[in-house]
Ligand binder design. Structure first.
Ligand code: KG4
Ligand code: ZN
Length: 369
């Protein structure tokens, strides 16, 4: 097997998905297995770190086996093993990284330690290559927006080497975290981002006007906690408590049934959901495009779990086009946490011989670049 098609086994356990994937040459998606822990954490309304580690321990061996089987390959055929080193929950990261180390040692393969956000960025490239489409032109501005992160990066590329510079980040909640909290507040279950996405088209997104956060310092930083508080205030002053209680009672501990929730939302609630979603999408799109204009970017990348949001995708695509930027966003299964993105991000490190030693540790806080 030559370097062009070398297979990389990727492992991702930074948060609440146990994931493994096999990617050939940073381009061919051979398998992408994701075991979500959402049903385990749902009753707590958020991720419980101890439970996350326990579930990763349960899932990691069968998930890696499935990824190899689906790719029709065995460990000896793999050229390297890549795992997420950070950032994330330290106990969760340790499960994937330690297993990757053990596999690498047993099979005599190099180990590549990958930054989770570099993974999200490379999901965009993997998708384009896998479809045989042209890659986004660089340098690019990348918005990585998820339950844990809302960060803008400047990404430069020289052949297969990438350089990242952080341009702005959230000062408080990540956009996905704010969405999940607002959904919880409105009795829409957990995780609420996808539910908001599905309910918002039934509301008027201009019905409730939220003021934009005014931040001192870096104009490319984000803040979503004020918006969350404004939603809470709106709920308190608009007699929405009874509707919320009815939705909570109907939801129980199960997965959110969007049709049922839709029937339990009156028009003012749907308007509030749509207006919240629009406020988040507009804020994200405006700052991303401001960064792209400032830096004269060749393209814009949109990635991370919240990049699955249809309104955000449309807003950034339309506003980007109007300002002369093409926006590249991967399909949903590559936006949310997965290991294919980790195997893809490992590819440039593989080519550079940038391997991790057995002493490599998990990093709960780890800056990219
Ligand atoms: O990237 P990801 O899977 O995990 C983290 O690294 O955080 O992102 C999960 C986040 C959650 O907050 C979830 O509610 C949000 O992404 N999310 C969405 C959508 N799908 C997932 N938010 C809005 N609209 C969606 N369609
Ligand atoms: Zn993520």
């Amino acid at each position: 097997m030559n370097a062009v098609s070398a297979l990389i086994l990727g492992i991702e356990t930074s948060c609440d998905e146990t994931a493994a994937a096999v990617v050939g040459g940073g381009a061919r998606l051979l398998s992408n297995v994701v075991l979500s822990q959402v049903p385990v954490h749902r009753i707590y309304g958020g991720i419980v770190p101890e439970l996350a580690s326990r579930e990763h321990l349960r899932g990691i061996v069968p998930i890696v086996r499935q990824a190899l089987e689906q790719a029709a390959c065995e460990l000896p055929q793999v050229a390297a093993i890549a795992a997420t080193r950070g950032p994330g929950l330290v106990g969760a990261l340790l499960v994937g990284l330690t297993y990757a180390k053990a596999l690498a040692r047993a099979a005599g393969k190099p180990l590549i330690a990958v930054h989770h956000l570099e993974g999200h960025i490379h999901a965009v490239l993997l998708d384009r290559r896998n479809q045989g489409l042209p890659e986004p032109p660089f340098p690019a501005v990348a918005l990585v927006v998820s339950g844990g992160h809302t960060s803008l990066y400047w990404v430069e590329r020289e052949d297969q080497r990438f350089r990242y510079e952080l341009l702005g980040k959230t000062r408080d909640d990540a956009a996905g975290e704010a969405g999940d909290k607002v959904a919880k507040m409105l009795g829409l279950g957990y995780p609420g981002g996808p539910v908001i996405d599905r309910l918002a088209p039934a509301g008027d997104e201009h019905a409730v006007r939220f003021t934009r956060p005014k931040l001192k310092g870096n104009p490319l930083d984000f803040s979503f906690s004020g918006l969350k508080t404004a939603v809470l205030r709106h709920v308190e002053t608009h007699a929405m408590a009874a509707g919320i209680a009815a939705r909570r009672a109907a939801l129980g501990a199960g997965a959110p049934d969007v049709e049922k929730l839709r029937a339990l939302c009156d028009q003012p609630t749907l308007d509030l959901i749509a207006s919240f979603q629009y406020a988040v999408a507009a804020e994200l799109a405006d700052k991303t495009l401001a960064a792209a204009e400032q830096r004269n970017a060749a393209s814009v990348l949109l990635t991370g779990g919240v990049a699955a949001n249809r309104r955000l995708r449309r807003e950034l695509d339309e506003a980007g086009r109007a300002r002369g930027f093409e926006v590249f966003a991967p399909p949903i299964r590559l936006c949310t946490d997965n290991a294919a993105m980790i195997a893809a991000a490992a590819w440039p490190h593989f080519l550079a011989g940038d391997f991790a030693g057995p002493e490599v540790s998990a990093e709960a806080q780890w800056a990219l670049a």
